[in-house]
Write a protein that binds this ligand. Structure first.
Ligand SMILES: *Cc1c(COP(=O)(O)O)cnc(C)c1O
Length: 447
């Protein structure tokens, strides 16, 4: 199995050829989903005593891959798409081929050095001090949880006590904060947003009045997933400071908006954050799966998260920077490297331009929605999410339309809803999504 022989050389050639073909598509087919029954019928039992040999790749190419929707297709506009640069995709292959251990400096120094430069750059964009730092974790859910665990650990270390720990965030916050609260067995205060969908100091003060016992963190969202709305970070930061609690910013999707001159000012106040997250697999053009978790004072993260064990102490005692120590993880792929390579190759300006172009396309889409009398904008886009209604349509009509768009390989736009009313939602993070495609999708809703 480990010798390089003719069969492995051939397998390598075929796999590279497959990857090459996939990357040469412009765009790749959207493909579709499939039921387990149909997949079993087509693929059968793939785990066998003798192995399938080269048939495994054929099976993936012909049966399994077509049953996975291409999240990098320019018409994939649902949820939050993933539109990695070619450089970042290629480098993901290199990371796999290199078997790098990204948990410790001792083993992964070069990789950790590169990842840390990316984290420092993000910290600098956010206005945090040069000493800020952290780690790339699997996703925003784990990033938020790790930040909040560090925040509570810190509260305990400075002598705070509580019968019941709690955090506050807006009612529009991401579901992962509810998950974090459940995992940590803490209470979650969901604060109503103002008429602009934002969390601000007035609402926050009102919700927290007489309710701060055990409060150790306030979370603001830097771009809600549903609408792309950025909370009033400066106001939230002020309240957090007054109450002497941790200020975390969940920017999993939206924080990339910092890079555009159109939206940079929305993030005023981010410089006060004790921690923030942003997912490169959302709006920083990197492949699944990566979340940058940055602490103002990384030492707080380290104290909270370092695992101790006899076989690990040689790493812990080294005094070196071990990424594993900054989140709930030990073994880790250096998942920040695809973004590092792409950033190092293309430069920051290319990223500023790409984010700016997405924002401009969202405003184009909003304008076109306004121009069509059968459509109605639910809210003006703030970042790159556009939510609108097809006047008169029931949820079933949205679903039928959505299925047809996917079947015709045009776009993947699943219905969403707001205050009980169904709507359509575009999340635009792909530089290949065009005005022409937006027009085509809007036109398809005419009748
Ligand atoms: C997507 C998202 C998350 C969760 O991130 P995952 O990478 O999906 O775990 C958290 N917060 C916000 C605002 C998000 O958009």
């Amino acid at each position: 199995m480990h010798r390089v022989n003719d069969a492995t050389t051939e397998l390598r050639r075929k796999v590279f050829e497959y990857a090459n073909t996939r990357m040469n598509y412009s765009p790749a087919p959207l493909d579709n989903t499939e039921t387990p029954e149909n997949l079993f019928q087509a693929a059968g039992q793939t785990i066998t005593d003798e192995g399938l040999g080269s048939k495994a790749l054929d099976l993936f190419a012909n049966v399994l891959a077509p049953a996975t929707i291409s999240t990098d297709h320019p018409g994939y506009l649902s949820f939050i798409p993933c539109a990695p640069t070619e450089a970042s995709k290629l480098f993901d292959l290199v990371v796999s081929a290199s078997a790098i251990y990204g948990g410790s400096w001792m083993e992964g120094a070069g990789a950790v050095f590169a990842e840390n430069q990316v984290l420092s750059w993000l910290a600098k964009e956010a206005g945090l001090p040069e000493t800020a730092g952290g780690v790339f974790v699997q996703g925003g859910t784990l990033g938020n949880l790790s930040a909040l665990v560090a925040a509570r650990d810190h509260a305990r270390r400075v002598g705070k006590t509580a019968t019941r720990w709690k955090i506050a965030c807006s009612a529009e916050s991401h579901s992962s904060l509810k998950t974090a609260a459940a995992v940590m067995d803490i209470d979650l205060i969901l604060v109503p947003v103002d008429e602009h969908g934002k969390l601000g100091d007035t609402e926050l003060r009102k919700a927290l009045e007489g309710n701060t016992d055990g409060l150790f963190a306030i979370v603001a969202t830097g771009g809600t997933t549903n609408f792309g709305i950025v909370d009033r970070l400066d106001e939230v930061a002020k309240v957090a400071k007054e109450l002497d609690v941790w200020f975390h910013v969940d920017g999993a999707y939206g924080l990339a908006g910092l890079l555009s001159h159109h939206t940079r000012d929305l993030f005023t106040g981010l410089e006060h954050a004790d921690s923030f997250i942003v997912d490169p697999h959302k709006w920083l053009f990197a492949p699944f799966d990566a979340c940058a978790l940055v602490y103002r004072d990384p030492e707080i993260g380290r104290l909270a998260h370092t695992q101790h064990g006899e076989y690990l102490e040689t790493l812990t005692n080294s005094g070196e920077f071990n990424p594993s120590d900054y989140a709930i993880n030990l073994t880790r792929r250096p998942r920040g490297l695809p973004l590092w390579f792409s950033l190092a190759t293309h430069g920051i300006d290319a990223y500023r331009e790409a984010v700016t172009a997405n924002i401009e396309l969202s405003h184009y889409a909003a304008r076109k929605v306004r121009e069509r009398d059968y459509l109605q904008l639910v809210r003006d886009p703030e970042l790159s999410v556009v939510v609108f209604e097809r006047i008169g349509w029931t949820l079933e009509q949205y679903e039928e339309w959505s299925k047809k768009l996917l079947a015709e390989d045009v776009a993947f736009v699943v219905p969403s809803s707001h205050q009980g009313r169904p709507n359509a939602r575009f999340a635009i993070v792909n530089p290949l999504t065009s005005e022409k495609l937006i027009d085509e999708i809007l036109e398809s809703m005419a009748d």
